[in-house]
Design a protein around this ligand. Structure first.
Ligand code: LLP
Length: 420
């Protein structure tokens, strides 16, 4: 459930109409709902009640300081993949002691900073990385808490670009190699073994791959126990999918119950790293129709050129992802509906937000691209010298600008001509 609803024919984020937001902050613009984020976090947290757990929001889904700050206040931890994300968490008031650090290529300076602020765990993705973390930690006179990311080799049944649990991808280590690596880790003075983690992919809409993965990792934990290697936490990653169109993903409660049943009775803390399921449906991308370019021949396509583009929301262009596009003002019937290609002004054929969408459009209309709160702004670029858009978070009746629109000057900051 989210807090984007029509009231008197106009789409609102909580108590504020999206047309008022467009008027005040301009378009394009991301609009988030604080109540929706809060609700999604609480539903997830409640679903895990009764088992020792930490929710570590995947910052890559939405790293806005306003979003992170709200989640930090709710008690969330964070899953980061760079020192940039770590600094965002700290700036937002997040607790470094609730941060897990994932990613295949952690640099020495990133490891140093993470050790300096005392993160909860490094999710180690290879033996060389383990050795690197050990070296850095010992040099700093610290002990790095680690977890090994294992690849349980299950098919996540999702888009190949976002499936990560199969053998032949760059993430983690094959689960069959894990015991040897843990045995090695146990000998390293700069390393403290804390957990095991896995992340099998994103936008998963079935429970079976999660259950398979957890079972395989639990079997590993048992084998490690036989060698006196004690695992204190199991991090099952993120990946729970949402409904963009007609998907029927398990609810957070079903997901949590399934995992809870598998870990029940064990002395293990559960860590989860959800991103999309918390943030996606808590945000929309608000855009205005710049001009309409209807086809002339019968089989021509009709193009609606909007002011947002693939640089603002990349998912449709990159994954051919479908996100709902709805009018901000409900159609009155005076304009005839047509099947429109909703495209941006960027010079690429792949620059579209939606294809073949039945909408009754007039120039100047406002549209909302739904489910844009995750992997929306974080994947934005400035391609075609387009400044990144504003981000607004509505809290009740108040819209807060949580990120100002970039200016053209921002885009050129730090650039210069060669000396003459
Ligand atoms: N943990 C790790 C280690 C991850 O790699 C990811 C996402 C997550 C947690 C969070 O997954 P989530 O709960 O959001 O599914 N840009 C793509 C999604 C890429 C996901 C990458 N990893 C998209 O727009 O669909």
């Amino acid at each position: 459930m989210d807090h984007f609803q029509y009231r008197d024919g106009v789409l609102h984020a909580e108590g504020v109409s999206l047309s008022a937001i467009a008027e005040r902050f301009g378009t394009p613009c991301y609009v988030y709902s604080a109540a929706t984020l809060t609700r999604h976090y609480r539903v997830f947290d409640d679903a895990l009640a009764g088992i020792d757990h930490d929710i570590c929001f995947a910052v890559k889904a939405n790293g806005n300081i306003g979003v992170l700050g709200l989640l930090a206040d709710l008690g969330s931890g964070f899953d980061i993949v760079s020192v940039g994300e770590l600094e965002r968490v700290i700036t937002a008031g997040g607790d470094p002691a609730k941060v897990v650090f994932s990613g295949v290529g952690k640099r020495v300076d990133e490891i140093e900073r993470a050790l300096e602020v005392g993160i909860a765990c490094f999710n180690v993705e290879s033996e060389v990385e383990l050795a690197r973390i050990d070296t850095v930690a010992r040099r700093m006179g610290k002990i790095a808490p680690i977890s090994l990311r294992v690849n349980p080799d299950v098919d996540a049944q999702t888009h190949p670009y976002i499936a990560t649990g199969l053998k032949d991808n760059k993430f983690g280590v094959g689960i069959e190699r894990a015991e040897a690596i843990y045995a090695q880790a146990a000998t390293l003075a700069g390393i403290a073994i804390r957990g095991v983690d896995c992340h099998i992919g994103s936008q998963l809409t079935r429970l079976a791959p999660f259950k398979d993965a957890v079972q395989r990792v639990l079997a590993l934990i048992d084998r490690l126990a036989e060698c006196d290697i004690v695992i204190r936490h199991l991090d099952v990653g993120g990946g729970l999918g949402i409904r963009y169109r007609d998907e029927t993903p398990p609810s957070p409660a079903e997901y949590a119950t399934a995992i809870r049943d598998l870990v029940a009775g064990r002395d293990l803390k559960l860590v989860v790293e959800p991103g999309r399921v918390l943030a996606a449906n808590a945000g929309v991308l608000l855009t205005r129709v710049e001009l309409l370019k209807p086809g002339i021949e019968a089989d021509d396509k009709h193009f609606a050129v909007v002011d947002a583009a693939m640089n603002d929301l990349l998912r449709p262009a990159l994954y051919d992802a479908w996100q709902a596009i709805v009018p901000v003002t409900e159609t009155t019937g005076t304009v005839e509906a047509r099947r429109w290609e909703i495209v941006g002004p960027i010079c690429e054929t792949g620059d579209f937000l939606g294809r073949d969408r039945e909408l009754a459009l007039t120039e100047g209309d406002l549209l909302a691209v739904r489910s844009a709160g995750a992997y929306g702004f974080t994947m934005a670029s400035t391609y075609n010298a387009r400044p990144r858009v504003a981000e607004v978070m509505v809290d009740g009746d108040v819209p807060h600008e949580v990120r100002a629109r970039e200016t053209i000057a921002d885009l050129m900051r730090g650039e210069r001509r060669l000396p003459s």
